[in-house]
Design a protein around this ligand. Structure first.
Ligand code: SF4
Ligand code: SF4
Ligand code: FES
Length: 171
């Protein structure tokens, strides 16, 4: 453990048991280490405290978004987000939960109507993979050419008061 270890951290996780269909909060206490990511703390729980916890990950290098989850209300990449002393961790919204933090990804179609866009920039701030962009020094939503990486979390659609964005999950 690095020098950043000082005290403990409290991590509340919204779990889902596919066998019982039950969703419930479970709280864990782990070391707090300022050099740890959210993923480091989840893997600590899995390895040291509770191997029944479903933790999704693939590259562990901040590239694949296979570890996407909601941390304190914000959808983010767990392996590149620093842990906090108090965290509430949940599965990505909008997607089918398989177990605990593990969700089923599919393809998401994005549509954007520039006529309805008020250029508030909320979608730019909220998207965990920077699909939306800023241009002409104004906060203007522009659909990226590459929407393949969209994880379908629906956060941009929820944030858009002008209903300029639609996210459609394709089975
Ligand atoms: S949230 Fe909606 S209105 Fe705001 S910039 Fe994005 S698309 Fe435009
Ligand atoms: S649904 Fe919206 S916020 Fe979520 S990843 Fe796709 S473009 Fe970004
Ligand atoms: S596991 Fe690939 S980005 Fe986190």
């Amino acid at each position: 453990m690095s020098k950043g270890k000082e005290t403990n951290a409290k991590i509340e996780i919204l779990r889902y048991n596919p066998n019982t269909g039950k969703r419930y909060i479970q709280t864990y206490v782990t070391p707090f280490d300022s050099g740890w990511s959210v993923m480091n703390s989840l893997l600590y729980i899995y390895e040291e405290l509770d191997s029944s916890l479903g933790v999704p990950y693939m590259c562990l290098q901040g590239r694949c978004m296979g570890c996407a989850m909601r941390v304190n209300g914000k959808t983010t990449c767990a392996c590149s987000t620093p842990m906090e002393r108090n965290m509430r961790v949940e599965a990505v919204s909008n997607l089918r939960v398989i177990k605990d933090l593990i969700v089923e990804y599919g393809r998401a179609n994005i549509s954007y109507d520039p006529e309805k866009c008020t250029k508030c920039g909320l979608c730019v701030e909220i998207c965990p993979i920077n699909i939306w962009s800023v241009s002409d020094r104004k906060r203007v939503a522009e659909k990226s050419k590459d929407d393949v990486l969209c994880i379908g979390c629906g956060e941009c659609e929820k944030s858009c008061k002008g209903e300029a964005i639609r996210i459609e999950l394709v089975k």
